[in-house]
Each structure stands twice: as C-alpha cells, then as structure tokens.
Design a protein around this ligand. Structure first.
Ligand code: NAD
Length: 488
C-alpha cells in the first residue's frame, strides 16, 4: 500500500528516504479537477532541498554506474512486474489527480510500462562497437558510459508516461536521476518511486524534488547535473533549452503542439470521425498529440462537420472514474477560464462557433469542466489557429487541395504531429514527403510512437537534437569513449 500518496503534505524522496521539504518551503493545494476535493498539498521545495538531492544522486552514481548492466536490468524487470501488479491503482491515481478518463489513464500506465520494458534491454542497448583492423595491428573500439546525474522536469498531462520516458532508461544506462514532477500532478511520481524502491533500487539512484520553477532553475544551474530532460509547454521548453545549454549541459526539451489532421475526399468518413473525436477530445484535449485542427479538403467538409458535431453531442462528460465517461475536466479553473477566453477570441476573430462547450450542463456542478467545442471557417491569421489551446477545442479549416492543406499545416510554428485520412497511396506518400512535422499518422488520430522509437517533434515542438525514447534516448543518456589500441 502507498504511504506517500495518502498524506497531507507530500514529501520529497532523497537518498531513499521520504523527507519533508525545508521548513520555509510554501505549499500549494492539489485538487482533484473533477471534484475540487483537495488531495494533498505539494511543497515548493527550495535550493537546499535540491542540493541535498544532487549530493545523494552524485554519491549513488559512483556505485550505480559501476553496477553490472544485467544487474541493473534485473531491477527494471522487477519494477515492470510491480507496475503490472499495480496497474489499476496507478490508473485510478492518474484519473484522480489529472482528470482524464479511467480508460485513458489505463492506457497511459501501459505506455509507462512499455518504457520500463524497453529500458530493461540495457545490456543490448548499451553495447558499443569495434573494428579490429583500422590499420596494421591497430584496432578501435567504442564504449558507452552513463553521463552522471540527470534532471527530469515533467508536465501535468501524463503524470506516468512522461516521467517514464526519462528515468527508467536513464537509470538502466547507469545514471542517477532527480525528477521534478509537475506541481499540478505530483502524486503519481511518489507512487512510482515507492514501487521502484520495492523493486530493489539502491538509495539515491532515483530522487524526487517537488516544486515549481525555482527548482527547475536550480537544476538548470547546478554544476553536478550534466543532463536535462524536459517536457512541457513551448516557452518553458525554449527557456530550459537555452539556459541548460548555456550552462554546458546536454538537453532535450519536448514542447507544445498544434496538430493538424488532413481529411481528403476519399477518406472513410465513419472511421475518420471516430479517430478525430478521440484525438481532439480524449484527455480533454490535453495531449501534445491531440488533434486541434482539421483541414477538410474539398466537398468532404460539410458531411464531415455534420458527423463530428453529432459525435461531439454524444460525448459523456463527467468524472473520469465513472463508467462511460469520455471527457473529464481540464486541469485547473484557470485553464478552463483561459480556454473560455480562446473561445471568445475565436468568435471575435470571425470563426463560426458550431458547438460551444461552455454551454454543457455539467459546468453547473463542481469541477473544471468544459464541453467539446467546434469552430468552422478558421484561418491561419487567427489566434485560435496559431496557438496551442490544450483543451477540447477543435478548429476546422477548409481548403481545396492536398497541396494547400500541406502548405497550411507547414505554416504552423509547431511540428509535433500531423495526420492524413485518405484511401490514396500517392496522397499518403506526398503527405509523408512534404509535411514538416515529426510524427505522422495515416488513418490514425493519435500517432504517438511507442517506447522503442523516438518521440520526434520538429520546429518549435522540440529543442535539442536527441529525442526522448528509443535509440535517441540511449544516445542521450550515455557518452561514448573511443579506444585505439596497437596490439602486436
Ligand atoms: P508547463 O510548461 O507549464 O510545465 C512543465 C514543467 O515546467 C513543470 O514541471 C513546471 O513546474 C515547469 N515550469 C513551468 N513554468 C516554468 C517556468 N516559468 N520556469 C521553469 N519551469 C517552469 O507545461 P504543462 O502545462 O505542465 O504541460 C502541458 C504542455 O506540455 C503542453 O504545451 C504540451 O503540448 C506539452 N507536452 C509536450 C509533449 C511532447 O512530447 N512534445 C508531451 C507532453 C506535454
């Protein structure tokens, strides 16, 4: 049973101990976004808390980095088993602190577990390379070593999956880790640490320091933290990337998105609508791979919109723990208000509001709910097209050709995901080769790559060069040593 998620003020996890943040740390409440019930208070830890964590992680690195790789992997195998055993509990906790439906949360746990499974392959993933005869009697070999203490900073929208993109692989590669979870969804991280400890992870290898931007700034400046993995919104990602690299760190910073789904006239309408509704409104649109713009090509627009509206009307809104609920709340009251401002802005800009989620009845009850919203006749001069709203708001842009659709999509500053719905192989190929986006879907609404492939946004959706997960992740969490030997 968890002891660290059922307490009033959450503790930090440093050197294998659950420790109160320093006495001068303020706390902020963590409400359940569906009920507004206060689940816990999260401390805004201070510089000294972070320094203690860095000290512990640096100490642990000396032995963990030299622990045989298969032994490290074995702990990951045990961890995987524990996560599977606690699947329901973890999904439940995600729904309670984030608000997404239980089904979505259950899927998120799966995505997290897959990262642990990938990381357990460390003995193979960390192998080097060699060439026996680079010159007469001379050979060369490349070895991989861990980097040191890695800092991970994560967003609220995937409290399990996103941290799992980082710490299991970093740790399997021999690094030690300090996680600064989102202060809006901090509970799940504590449970992940408890289970990792149960799996046999030595003290100090995985640490958690709760807090907000102050802890981020300390991580970015600390000389004993050579690598930073960040996932969050675009302005913060850009700031993290610039600051961490100016301080000589390697950094990967995954950022915001504005994902377009292009629908051609030969698309299977039923299936397309199903996929788009899930992609636009699942997790209340709070996904970096959410579909936020539909680009309807030619005559498909009217029948597509009609069906989208019917499906949106049929969505069950409510507490994600209740059966049949598809659309939960957004994360906070302020986020709902911000979304309402975007809706107002879309109206002012001249888009046609086809469905207004502000009117959904559930809004009269407690919780930060907003219903599915659809705008038609959106164009690229509008703020609702340019900016990430991160809520259940879908914009529709009408164009005449696939070329126009791609040109429009490529105008976006973001390049995380894009999808095409069509039956035509040549259109798919044209889309694949000309779209300036890193993760593509063909007749699929949410083309999020699995743990063994890189999560590979482009443009302002990503800062750095090595992406999270897959071979990129291994490359990011290791450094190479070359040895050239004369053997005669
Ligand atoms: P956020 O940027 O507000 O917060 C992310 C992290 O940064 C949190 O831990 C937070 O404490 C910290 N932070 C926030 N403001 C800061 C500041 N001024 N200085 C230093 N640190 C700061 O993001 P969020 O609202 O929690 O998450 C949603 C965002 O994350 C969306 O933009 C979404 O697209 C993005 N996201 C991207 C991906 C991806 O793979 N590209 C995946 C998930 C989420």
């Amino acid at each position: 049973m968890s002891t660290q998620t059922n307490i009033k003020v959450l503790k930090n996890f440093i050197n294998g101990e659950w420790i109160d943040a320093s006495p001068n740390a303020k706390t902020i409440p963590v409400p359940n976004p569906a009920t507004e019930e206060i689940l816990a208070f999260v401390p805004l830890s201070t510089k000294s808390d972070l320094e203690n964590a860095v000290k512990a992680a640096k100490n642990a690195f000396t032995t963990w980095s030299k622990t045989p790789v298969p032994k490290r992997a074995r702990i990951l195998f045990s961890y995987q088993q524990l996560l599977v055993e606690h699947w329901d509990e973890l999904a439940n906790l995600i729904t309670i602190e984030n608000g997404k439906s239980y089904n979505e949360a259950y899927g998120e746990v799966q995505r997290g577990i897959e990262c642990v499974e990938f990381a357990a392959g460390a003995p193979t993933l960390m192998m080097g390379k060699q060439l026996p005869d680079i010159a007469t009697n001379i050979e060369s070999a490349m070895y991989r070593y861990p980097v040191g203490v890695v800092g991970g900073i994560t967003p609220f929208n995937f409290p399990m999956m996103v941290p799992c993109w980082m710490f299991p692989l970093a740790i399997a590669c021999g690094n030690t880790f300090i996680l600064k979870p989102s202060e809006r969804t901090p509970l799940l991280a504590n449970r992940l640490a408890e289970l990792f400890t149960e799996a046999g992870l030595p003290k100090g290898v995985f640490n958690i320091v709760h807090g907000a931007h102050e802890i981020v700034n300390e991580l970015l400046q600390n000389k004993d933290v050579p690598a930073i993995s960040f996932v969050g919104s675009q302005p913060v990602a850009e700031y993290v990337y610039k600051t961490a690299s100016a301080n000589g760190k390697r950094v990967q910073a995954l950022a915001g998105a504005k994902n377009h789904s292009i629908v051609l006239q030969d698309a299977n309408l039923e299936e397309t609508v199903k996929q788009i509704v899930t992609a636009a409104y699942g997790s209340a649109g709070e996904r970096c791979m959410a579909c936020s713009v539909v680009v309807a090509v030619g005559d498909i627009a009217d029948p597509l919109i009609e069906k989208l509206k019917i499906e949106a009307d049929n969505i069950t809104i409510g507490n994600g723990l209740d059966e049949d609920v598809f659309l939960g709340p957004v994360i906070r009251k302020e986020h709902r208000e911000r979304t309402e401002q975007y809706i107002e802005c879309g109206i002012q800009e001249g888009a046609i509001l086809l469905r207004d989620g502000r009117n959904d009845l559930i809004r009269k009850e407690k919780g930060y709910f907003i219903g599915p919203t659809i705008f038609d006749n959106v164009n690229p001069s509008m703020k609702i097209w340019k900016e990430e709203i991160f809520a259940p708001v879908l914009s529709i842009v009408r164009v005449e050709t696939l070329e126009e659709a791609i040109e429009l999509t490529n105008k976006s500053d973001f390049g995380n995901g894009a999808c095409i719905f069509t039956d035509s192989a040549s259109s798919i190929r044209y889309f694949r080769d000309n779209i300036e986006v890193g993760m593509l879907g063909v007749n699929i609404g949410v083309p999020a790559p699995m743990a063994f492939f890189p999560f590979s946004g482009w443009k302002n959706s990503f800062y750095g060069d090595l992406h999270a997960n897959g071979a990129d992740g291994v490359e990011f969490y290791t450094r190479k040593k070359m040895i050239t030997s004369r053997l005669e």
